[in-house]
Design a protein around this ligand. Structure first.
Ligand SMILES: [Mg+2]
Ligand SMILES: [Zn+2]
Length: 173
């Protein structure tokens, strides 16, 4: 199983400052995200989401609010025939010292436990934060950083999620 691991906030749907999330009820898709997920799926990748949701344990949003935004997002994706294999999330506070908050590798470990057939060397990680590309680096997995400035050998920097459609084609040829 080849997996495209996507960050959620700021990558697939809009991200906000922490305090603004408190009032967010519905996901707003980032331009090009749906088309890109569709493209990636058609390249034979299973899509999984790995998302830091420290907002939950830090009290900005409730678990129910997280879940509502998530299911609403998944519902829209399903209408576009995009199936998300699994969503892994870390609810812990940033100072909680958990194993799953990116760039720690816990959520990828959870994915490997649930799906031992995942071939990490044929998978990649995409996100708009340093934590996302640092996670890719820790694992030695191919990474794509959206508007990220730090250069790392295994990471390709891109401007928008739509760029992924071209990059993935290129790399697969
Ligand atoms: Mg993000
Ligand atoms: Zn965690």
């Amino acid at each position: 199983m080849n997996v495209a691991f996507f960050d959620r906030d700021g990558t697939i749907i809009e991200d906000y400052e922490d305090h603004v999330w408190t009032g967010v009820k519905e996901p707003v898709f980032i331009k090009g995200a749906i088309e890109t997920l569709d493209h990636i799926q058609k390249q034979g990748y299973s899509i999984m989401i790995i998302t830091n949701q420290y907002l939950i344990n830090e009290g900005y949003i409730s678990y129910e609010q997280y879940e509502a935004i998530n299911s609403s997002m998944l519902h829209v994706l399903k209408e576009h025939n995009i199936s998300i294999q699994e969503v892994f999330y870390c609810p812990h506070r940033r100072d909680e010292g958990c194993r799953c908050i990116k760039p720690n590798i816990g959520m990828i470990e959870q994915a490997l436990t649930s799906y031992p057939e995942i071939r990490l060397d044929h998978s990649f990680i995409v996100g708009d934060s340093k934590a996302d590309v640092d996670l890719a680096t820790r694992l030695g997995v191919r990474g794509y950083g959206i508007r990220i400035t730090n250069e790392q050998p295994n990471v390709t920097l891109i401007d928008t999620i739509s760029d992924l459609q071209f990059v993935i084609n290129k790399n697969d040829k």
